[in-house]
Design a protein around this ligand. Sequence first.
Ligand code: PLP
Length: 373
Amino acid sequence: MAASGLAMVPSLSWGSSRASAGPTVGLLQDVTLPWGDDAPALRARLLANENPYGPSEAVRRAIAEAVGLGNRYGHEDAARLIDRIAEKEGVTKDHIMLGPGSTDLLEKTAIACFLQGGNLVSADPSYMSIINTAKAIGAEWRPVPLTADYAHDLKAMAAAVDAQTKLVYVCNPNNPLGSLTPQAGLRQFCSEVSDRVPVFVDEAYVEFLDNPAGNTVVGLVAQGKDVIVARTFSKIHGMAGLRIGYIVAQPERISQLSAMVRSTFGLCVTSVCGALASLQDAAFTERCHRLNLECRAYVSHELKALGYPYIPSVTNFVIFPIRGEAPAFQQSLRNEGIGIRMFEIGGKPWCRVSVGTMPEMQLFVEALKKVSV
Ligand code: PLP
């Protein structure tokens, strides 16, 4: 992945993200303008890394059937889902906690870890959800710039851990870059660092990889390591709006969290039954995987042809540095009905485009050609 793409990627100096005083400001800023009432109808929604093919027919049927269960709390169905996930992940059911989306579990983990202060070590740029919650309740954020090939700098992250560190966050593959930190080093890092402090590994996009089983650290949980792995039904399962995700962690961590906050009680029985159906529908997720690969290859090829040095992605989105200013670039695409996400990384403007259907990607490329003249 890196070898083919790196030659065309700009050599970036990530610099230091440490602020001299006050709360730490990272390299990443989301500078996306709201869609706005004045904007034309959205023709290609490529702004939230959603799966354009979901939910599957099997999920729709399961949800329709589950509507009739809506007068009762869904504890039994949630328990069935926990059993099914535990079996899939090779752990016992006391290692699993469900939530309405993995965002919910990221936030709850932040609350549980940082109520008494402390610091959070993570890569920068990375997915900001857990970081924002931790900072909001008073944690210190210790951002560690990514390496030149967009992987987590595991050595520097391990060195940033001290007696005040309450959690280490790793997003792999990483959002918004779409890059992967290789397993060998990551597994060793998680194994060693989790002897000192819990390590939270957010694997929201792992199913888009060609070899998800070889790129997850979930096996470390079964080995007794203090690693928390987050997964979501929002991405490969195409269920973002149905809000369901889970974590796999040591039973003590699950107990610590569920003593403080709701777990299955926060879930809709329809989504739980939909998730159960989706776990049995390998044909659907395999199709999504294949279509994502095709559309990502297409958009990557077109970006290259237009001279945009994108970061090679293993996910369902691609990020590239733009020429010109972020607001004008976004406005031009918006005028064509194309929704994307704009970021500044180290003060420079980047566009993140989610991988939609082929017709959506063609619309994006046509619009991009107009913007790029
Ligand atoms: N983690 C990462 C890295 C993400 O990119 C996202 C969503 O885009 C999430 C977690 C949250 O997903 P959800 O709350 O829909 O499960």
